[in-house]
Design a binder for this molecule. Structure first.
Ligand SMILES: NC(=O)c1ccc[n+]([C@@H]2O[C@H](COP(=O)([O-])OP(=O)(O)OC[C@H]3O[C@@H](n4cnc5c(N)ncnc54)[C@H](OP(=O)(O)O)[C@@H]3O)[C@@H](O)[C@H]2O)c1
Length: 327
């Protein structure tokens, strides 16, 4: 079976290899899944570089999330033909994966493979950050950077579903109109003038944001503090700008702001299976109802991984790039 593999850490373009791997035999309690879609996420590129929160033993097949069809089962809970999402680290950039049945989430047939493959990470990250850090009430304001990202778009849509408002900072303001169509209340460029625009929106209503979501760091993260209410929380979940977070002392002393971090892997490893199944059930419902969408840039065969990486880094990328099995 075909797979994308790394034997050393480095930039994906340098170290990924398209290889043949021997399929392993099935043991009791395990299931063989034919992987039908697996996206490229920023975390995958960090994983391949060896800069992620955990490092795999090498050689390794990357791919944080994936969905597919059961083709062989040694566990009573899944029969061949079942559609599943891989809940643990997916190692998804390959044609097949053997995985314990307990690490699979059953999926309804109406969910597309693309939606199924993008369910685990970004929608859940947005949902947890919106629920676990601040008491949000009708009309509450959330501020976020990298708002056109996969997570950012999930935040916008989930906030709209729940009746909360979002102030969204983006590097490239040409996406503003599109994000408004997705439900964003305010879209500003991620710079000083954008911050002033956001402040003007809040001052007009005599209010402040109660939650800030930071995927960038550096100056972008610092700009969020001015928009927050006393006692509000900033949750950092990404480091796209590769600049450290620095917090001017005054925000801690006079405004009692709190800085927290979120990592979905930790939440998944610490939560009960009931909580996990219930959260994904709700997210799937919204996806099927068309309220929670994630854009796709393209579906690319594993064998065409150099093209997939080109699209991942292309300035005009319009959504996730997903790997699908080679023809
Ligand atoms: N902690 C967790 O559990 C968790 C879970 C999911 C995701 N994440 C993190 O969340 C972040 C977004 O993930 P995603 O899948 O939503 O990403 P994505 O859809 O690939 O979007 C990437 C976003 O990052 C922005 N960006 C790229 N380079 C940047 C830079 N140098 N400075 C500022 N912004 C930059 C992009 O803006 P442009 O469009 O302008 O390029 C875009 O908004 C990543 O850091 C990811 O690792 C964390």
């Amino acid at each position: 079976m075909k797979a994308l593999q790394i034997r050393q850490f480095g930039s994906a373009a340098d170290v990924l290899e398209y290889v043949d791997r021997e399929p392993l035999p099935l043991r009791n309690g395990m299931v063989r899944v034919k992987i039908l879609a697996s996206p490229i996420n920023p975390a995958d590129l960090n994983w391949i570089e060896g800069t992620y929160g955990t490092r795999p033993l090498l050689p390794d097949v990357p791919g944080t999330e994936a969905a597919g069809e059961v083709i062989e089962s040694a566990d009573a809970s899944f029969a061949p033909g079942a559609r599943v999402m891989l809940l643990s680290y997916a190692h998804g950039w390959q044609e097949q994966r053997i995985i314990p049945a307990a690490e699979l989430l059953p999926l309804p047939p109406e969910l597309s493979w693309a939606d199924a493959a993008m369910l685990k990470v970004n929608p859940a990250t947005a949902w947890r950050m919106l629920h676990d850090y601040a008491e949000l009430t009708a009309g509450s304001v959330i501020v976020q950077n990298a708002a056109n990202s996969g997570v950012g778009r999930c935040v916008i849509q989930l906030a709209r579903i729940c009746g909360w408002r979002t102030i969204n900072f983006v590097r490239n303001p040409t996406v503003a109109e599109e994000l408004r169509e997705w439900g964003a209340d305010v879209v500003c460029s991620d710079d000083e003038s954008g911050k002033q625009e956001a402040l003007a929106y809040l001052r007009k209503r005599d209010e402040r944001a109660v939650l800030a979501l930071n995927a960038v760091g550096g100056e972008s993260a610092m700009r969020q503090f001015d928009l927050l209410a006393d006692g509000a929380v900033q949750v950092t979940y990404g480091a796209m700008g590769r600049r450290p977070l620095s917090v001017p002392n005054k925000f801690l002393i006079f405004r009692d702001l709190t800085c927290r971090g979120f990592w979905l892997s930790r939440w998944l490893s610490q939560s009960s299976s009931e909580a996990i199944v219930s959260m994904y059930g709700k997210l799937i419902e919204w996806m099927l109802a068309g309220h929670l969408k994630q854009p796709v840039d393209g579906m690319v065969a594993l064998s065409d991984y150099t093209h997939a990486l080109e699209r991942q880094y292309a300035p005009d990328r319009r959504g996730k790039v997903l790997f699908v099995p080679s023809a």
